[in-house]
Design a protein around this ligand. Structure first.
Ligand SMILES: [Cu+2]
Length: 113
């Protein structure tokens, strides 16, 4: 005897509606290699105010004969002697004012968007 157990392949695929986070697409930023330099020259930051994308690296470069710093909330180049430079990466959006700790009238600002 043949056991005629024909299991009618009842693989019932429960239909799910997949809402694949379409919002991810709106977060895609143009991958721009942003190389921004702030020159320190004649006791000034130039440009004094810059705007960069989050994750961008800003190079502070001292062209003066005397040492300077670029010191702000959460970052500090440390003392930059003549011809020295320091890269600072700004990973979070925000407004980052800074100054030179040796010459406190020297002020600049990095806007991270
Ligand atoms: Cu200075």
């Amino acid at each position: 005897m043949t056991s005629g157990t024909s299991s009618a392949g009842s693989a019932l695929w429960s239909r799910r509606s997949f809402f694949i986070a379409c919002s991810i697409a709106s977060f895609i930023r143009p991958a721009r290699a942003e190389a921004t330099t702030v020159e320190i020259h004649q006791f000034k930051f130039a440009p004094a105010e810059i705007e960069v994308a989050a994750g961008a690296t800003v190079t502070f470069s001292n062209l003066d004969l005397v040492p300077h710093t670029a010191t702000g909330d959460g970052f500090d180049t440390g003392t930059l002697k003549k011809g020295e430079s320091k890269e600072i990466t700004f990973s979070e959006a925000g407004d980052f004012p800074y100054l030179c700790t040796f010459h406190r009238h020297m002020k600049g600002r990095v806007r991270v968007r």
